[in-house]
Ligand binder design. Sequence first.
Ligand code: FMN
Length: 188
Amino acid sequence: MSNSILSIIEERWSPRAFSSKSISKEDLNLLFKAAGKAASCFNEQPWRFVYAHKEDTENFNLLLECLVEFNQEWAKNASVLVATVAKKSFSNNGKPNQHSWHDLGLAMGNMSLQAMSMDIYLHNMAGYDKERTVKNLNITADFEPVSFVAIGYVGDKNQLPNDLKEQETPESPRKDLDEITFVGQMGK
Ligand SMILES: Cc1cc2nc3c(=O)[nH]c(=O)nc-3n(C[C@H](O)[C@H](O)[C@H](O)COP(=O)(O)O)c2cc1C
């Protein structure tokens, strides 16, 4: 039995420097399809994706201007920007879905690994303005924005300002297993 995790998991990271190469509509749809295969509570599939290709300037800018300035600075070079949106209630009984963000996270995990298998990288973002997102992207009352994602092929880090250039690395630190796993009770 192999002693290592899958290479697409091992090698995934979040770049900020993207190349000018465009992601085709077909490839983007494969990413969304992978996301949509995730498990979800009662198979609600609470995830929604509002997106724009960079070439679609009008819609791309609608998404871009929702981001905080720090993220706009580098995310403007992504091939595609996606806003992830969660449905707040269950469709069959209208009760609040406490698991919608969890399930959206599973979908994004699928998307990021499918992307890795296609040499495409994701950079998730929590740095955005919620009110502006609701307005710009026409998010209706039973939905809420969760995150933004910049998607593209990896580019030259020299395009980044100096402080970000230093942070552009596939090697960010990870907690040890004994910090995140416990037998029976936390702390043990
Ligand atoms: C939900 C979420 C929100 C994040 N928000 C931002 C953000 O607003 N700006 C940013 O530059 N990176 C953001 N990141 C990227 C993380 O900083 C990055 O994933 C983390 O440092 C681990 O690095 P790695 O993905 O390269 O392994 C976010 C990641 C996640 C999952």
